[in-house]
Design a protein around this ligand. Sequence first.
Ligand SMILES: [Zn+2]
Length: 420
Amino acid sequence: MVRLNPDISKFLLQWAFQRFSTKFKIKNNEIILDDCIVKFKDVHSSSKPQDIDFGYRKCQIKYGEPNFSKKKVNGKSIVEFNFDLPRELYDHLTLQHEKNARKDKHGRIRHKHVNSKIAEPSIDILIENVYTVLKESGIKLEKKKFKNKEFAICLTHDIDRLGEDRLLRSKTYAYQSLRNIPHLKIKKALGLIKGVFSGKNNDYQIQSVLDLERKYNADSSWFFLVSRKDSDFDINGQLAKATFQLLKGQEIGLHPSFIPLDQNHIQMEKSILSRHAEINGVRTHYLRGGFPETLVELEKSGFSYDSTFGYIDQYGFRFGTSYPFNVIAGDRILGIKEIPQTLMDTQVKDFKTVTKYLEDTFKILKSTHSVFVVNYHPSRFNIEKYDDLNLKVYEWILKKGKSEGALMTSIEQVMNSIYS
Ligand SMILES: [Zn+2]
């Protein structure tokens, strides 16, 4: 196995330790703090995953041994971990487990085609285990907060539909009623058929989402499609204009449509959307694109972050974390950050299962001071067309997030809370 580029290794340690407000320096694989030196082994080849738990929670490592030693030299503590933290982080953040996975026509890789556990944020847990050892060794290390909150939930919405096109709206109602008839949900189907002919635009749920978020003091990010071909509204039309007015104060981002994902096409869409708001963030429609090659194009197009690369078919932590990180592409560390989507409405099938999962996950994120990214399409809050599962889960998230003391806001605000 090739040695990790020293600049990348240094960057990864920097990234792991910038979660703490304590000042430090990095030399080789060592973190130099005021009262302590923290060392990690330089390990070049991986072995079978081994469990590691230093008193926080179990996770796995592949480079080195799951133990550490402590000594004192000239009154200074030295804590040496017998595994390679940068290498562990590198494998997760560059998706090494997907090396040979098959891609669909949109460049996407499905979770069911890769062998990886994504339910828990394994990187956040690993860093917390390191922290636990240092803390127990009496080393002063303070975890940073997100505007005085212990963890962050980014609330985001992809805007594929506003329901402006009545014909298209009717078609989607008809489609949903056909889907309901075989399940003998006749009442639902009849309601849907009524919706086909109704003049009311219940696909437009922007105001109700805003009202709901306001109830929990939350803000959010809204990613807009701009191509008329792929959306059901005109980005320069009356309804879109009124929508931008409603969304004043919220973050607006780009949702690139079915275009080739290269700098030219992306910038064209970005410039159209930039007439309505300042754009820093992006998430592709259908979560299209490949990692990291699409990020190279998005960086060239001037975005400061992307939030595309969760799995399409399963919620969880594809990179072992949803804490934002600068993307590594070959030997380069890009300026653009990835903040992976953790959960999307279409992945949720059952209220009990998902809320149990979120309850456990929020606990982990609260102790590790990390991040969760939710994506809910407002048009799916139309309970005349869909069932009320989306609405129920989304409101549960807001309520739980508030009671757990999470910062619930747009990606831009969470980025600001970390990096400024
Ligand atoms: Zn979309």
